[in-house]
Each structure stands twice: as C-alpha cells, then as structure tokens.
Write a protein that binds this ligand. Sequence first.
Ligand SMILES: CC/C=C\C/C=C\C/C=C\C/C=C\C/C=C\C/C=C\C=C\C(=O)SCCNC(=O)CCNC(=O)[C@H](O)C(C)(C)COP(=O)(O)OP(=O)(O)OC[C@H]1O[C@@H](n2cnc3c(N)ncnc32)[C@H](O)[C@@H]1OP(=O)(O)O
Ligand SMILES: NC(=O)C1=CN([C@@H]2O[C@H](COP(=O)(O)OP(=O)(O)OC[C@H]3O[C@@H](n4cnc5c(N)ncnc54)[C@H](OP(=O)(O)O)[C@@H]3O)[C@@H](O)[C@H]2O)C=CC1
Length: 291
Amino acid sequence: YAEKDTETDECMSTYTHIYSPDLLIDQVAFITGGGSGIGFRIAEVLMRHGCDTVIASRNLEKLTEAAKKLSSTTGRRCLPIAVDVRQPETISAAMDETLKTFGRVDILINNAAGNFLCPATSLSFNAFKTVMEIDTMGTFNTSKVVYDKWFKDHGGSIVNISATLGYRGQALQVHAGSAKAANDAMTRHLAVEWGPSGVRVNTVAPGPISGTEGYRRLGGSHAESAGVFRSIPLQRAGNKTEIAHAVLFLASRAASYVTGAILVADGGAWLTSANDVERLLGIISSRSAKL
Ligand SMILES: CC/C=C\C/C=C\C/C=C\C/C=C\C/C=C\C/C=C\C=C\C(=O)SCCNC(=O)CCNC(=O)[C@H](O)C(C)(C)COP(=O)(O)OP(=O)(O)OC[C@H]1O[C@@H](n2cnc3c(N)ncnc32)[C@H](O)[C@@H]1OP(=O)(O)O
Ligand SMILES: NC(=O)C1=CN([C@@H]2O[C@H](COP(=O)(O)OP(=O)(O)OC[C@H]3O[C@@H](n4cnc5c(N)ncnc54)[C@H](OP(=O)(O)O)[C@@H]3O)[C@@H](O)[C@H]2O)C=CC1
C-alpha cells in the first residue's frame, strides 16, 4: 500500500480491498478530525467497505470539501459537521444531527488532536492544557456523548488514535505524550466499564505517518532526509492507508472479541529508534532557535 497512498488529502486513485467490500455495509461511523490526514484516509477506507460517515472538526469549509471528495469516490454518504471536541455541547449537537440524518451510529473514531514540538521549559501552562483538552478531554467528551446518546442501548465500537512516539519518552513532546498516555489508559478503563453494554474500546498507536499536517509539524521530512527512519525495523515511515487498515480491523466485526487492546502500527519504531530521535531533534533545534 505504500506506493498507492497520497501525500495530500485526496482519495486514492486505485484501491484493492483488504476485506469484503460489504464488511461495514450500511453502518455509520463518526470520525473526529476526518477532514484531513489520517482521519480523511480512515473515512475513505471505511466508506470503501460500505460505511456512511460523519466527519467532524472545527473547519467546516475544509470538511465540506473533503466530504465531497469522499462521497464522489466511494458512492457512500459523508456528512460534514463543525465541532470543537473541547466543547461537549458541539459534540452533542453533532450527534443529534447524525442520528437525525442516518438514524444510527455504529463506530466512533477519536482521531482529532493537536501537537507541535516544544521544550518543556518554553511550554506555557496554557499550551500544555490546550493539548490535554483537545487530545484527552476531547476523546472523553466525544466517547461519553456517543455512549450516552446511542451506544449505551445499541452497542458500538470505539477506536482511539494514540502515538508510539511517546512510549519511550521524547524531548519536546511532554504535552502530546502525556495526553496520549492518558488516552491509552482511558481505552482500558472504558473497555471494562462499557463492555457489558456491547461496546468495544480499542486504540491504534501509529509511528511516523507521512502525508499529514502532524508529520510536517513534527519534522517528518527532515527526519526522512536525515535517514532517521532507517533505524525503524521496517526502515521507513508508514502511510495513512496502513493506519486506516488497522482501524478498519478494530472497528469491524473482524475484531468482535477484541476490546481494551492497543494495536501498535509503527513498523517496530518504538522498539529501536530512541537514539535517532535524539539526533533528529538536534537537527531540528539547530535549524531554528524558536521551535
Ligand atoms: C513512533 C515513532 C518513534 C520514532 C520515530 C523516529 C523518529 C521520529 C522523528 C520525528 C517525528 C516525525 C514524524 C511524526 C511522528 C509522530 C507524530 C506523533 C504524534 C503526532 C500528533 C499529531 O500529529 S496531532 C495533529 C497535528 N495537527 C495539529 O496540531 C492541527 C491542530 N492544531 C492546532 O489547532 C493548534 O496548533 C493548537 C494545538 C495549538 C490548538 O490551537 P488553538 O486552540 O487555537 O490554541 P492557541 O490559542 O493557538 O494556543 C494555545 C496555547 O498553545 C501555545 N502554542 C501554540 N502553538 C505552539 C507552538 N508551536 N509552540 C509552543 N506553544 C504553542 C500558544 O502560545 C498558547 O499558549 P499561551 O500561553 O500563549 O496562551
Ligand atoms: N502523522 C503522524 O505521524 C502521526 C499522527 N498521529 C495521530 O493521528 C491523528 C491524526 O493526525 P494527522 O492526520 O497527522 O494530523 P492532522 O493535523 O491532519 O489531523 C488533526 C485533525 O484534528 C482536527 N482537530 C484539531 N483540533 C480539533 C478540535 N479542537 N476539535 C475538533 N477537531 C480538531 C483537525 O481539524 P480542524 O483543524 O478542522 O479542527 C484535523 O483534521 C492524531 O490523533 C495524531 O496524534 C499519531 C502518530 C503519528
């Protein structure tokens, strides 16, 4: 799949199905941050397997453009809705609109996040709080609204998007690493608490994934040209489709007995690459005193 992906928010020109094209037929997925990057590709892959989607984030113009591309390529419905995951009332309104339009929701993908490189000493209290609010509170807010309004009585599948970048600890990433670690814990807690309602809660933890704003912000292309990714066992960054396929597995009935799991999809990166990350961060720091 590496060669078929795109570096921008476009659908793939050709696609070979991983599972039966009707794996998710007539199901509905609510995807936060679904208008760009990994979230866009998750929406595309779920739709190519028969699902209708809601893509939800702050920028309605971007979402509307993305929804048009997704629908025209896949032939499934895609509803763009403006939400800020930090504001539960916007999620609540979006869920009401989802249920009014589609009459159900089966899958929730908590993909929205915010990140940047910043040393802890320069990080303001508000900057740390902002990332915690988007990544961790945003994941809890959305999960709780979707559970209360639908999953509690009908069951469902939640997939959170984490990151293995923080699993060994990294400089310049205390805010995002802390937020994602809390989300990994949230996955296990909610899997236990909501399992009896027929709700599965799992996580996909990507390594560096090219072709996204997150990758650009964290110096992905500098890392590539500096050869940093050669220390990853699979010796490259991943692509968006590879993450979308891990999400598809966990979201679907293919994973019907899987809950509370964290599926690492990082080419083995976190097992081996700590020294090279330090080298990369040195490269980035020397390029700019202000990160
Ligand atoms: C597993 C891999 C292991 C090894 C691999 C080997 C090598 C890896 C090497 C390199 C990495 C390469 C690739 C990446 C790999 C992994 C990535 C891991 C995680 C990725 C996560 C993401 O990508 S998240 C998605 C990224 N996209 C976005 O962030 C878009 C959304 N972002 C935003 O909206 C903003 O940026 C925001 C998060 C700041 C929120 O905006 P807003 O609500 O408007 O907030 P503001 O008012 O603007 O700011 C709030 C406070 O934050 C301060 N701030 C803002 N920006 C910065 C900054 N750049 N630096 C420091 N501080 C900042 C701001 O000043 C405000 O604070 P005040 O105190 O001033 O009020
Ligand atoms: N790319 C990578 O290398 C890696 C990415 N990840 C994770 O993958 C996920 C997607 O990141 P990626 O595709 O790279 O980056 P993007 O910047 O493309 O995706 C982030 C999305 O989150 C949305 N978003 C941000 N803040 C909010 C908010 N307050 N409310 C609602 N939506 C919001 C943005 O849309 P809008 O601006 O319209 O609100 C955007 O669509 C994130 O969880 C990230 O942490 C993990 C590891 C590696």
